[in-house]
Design a protein. Structure first.
Length: 139
């Protein structure tokens, strides 16, 4: 699946639960998926307040839409407090997610969990690749 991104800023649109996040991006430097979703509770413990803490793991889906091409992605959001406390020697989780924050409306940060279980390619603007000239993301 190849998603052509905006050549000016590298973003694409994510649509999840009827909400469009027009400033979406893939970011291996973020430890979680970050997006706004008022239906998933945020952790109440100060130590974990940057993450979601649903009572049960949530299975969600989203569609990534670029300037051309789109792809559906399924993902899960688990209780961050349970993840960290039950796995104290772990540093990464495939189901870790958190709110993007009030000043981040329209942002869906596909962080490190997006990379688990798939190969991800990012083509730089103007650079030729076997799949065509960038910019795009593919997985």
């Amino acid at each position: 699946r190849t998603i052509r991104v905006n050549p000016n800023n590298g973003v694409f649109t994510t649509v999840s639960r009827g909400v469009s996040y027009a400033n979406s991006f893939i970011d291996s430097g973020s430890n979680a998926l970050y997006f706004s979703n008022a239906s998933i509770p945020v952790c109440s413990t100060i130590q974990f307040q940057d993450f979601f803490c649903p009572t049960a793991t949530q299975t969600l889906s989203a569609t990534l839409q670029g300037t051309s091409g789109s792809a559906s992605v399924n993902f899960q959001v688990a209780n961050a407090e349970h993840l960290f406390l039950a796995n104290q020697t772990f540093f990464a989780f495939s189901t870790l997610a958190g709110p993007a924050g009030p000043i981040s409306d329209g942002i869906f940060d596909w962080g490190l969990p997006f990379f688990f279980g798939r190969k991800v390619f990012i083509a730089i603007e103007g650079q030729g690749t076997p799949a065509g000239v960038g910019p795009y993301v593919a997985f």
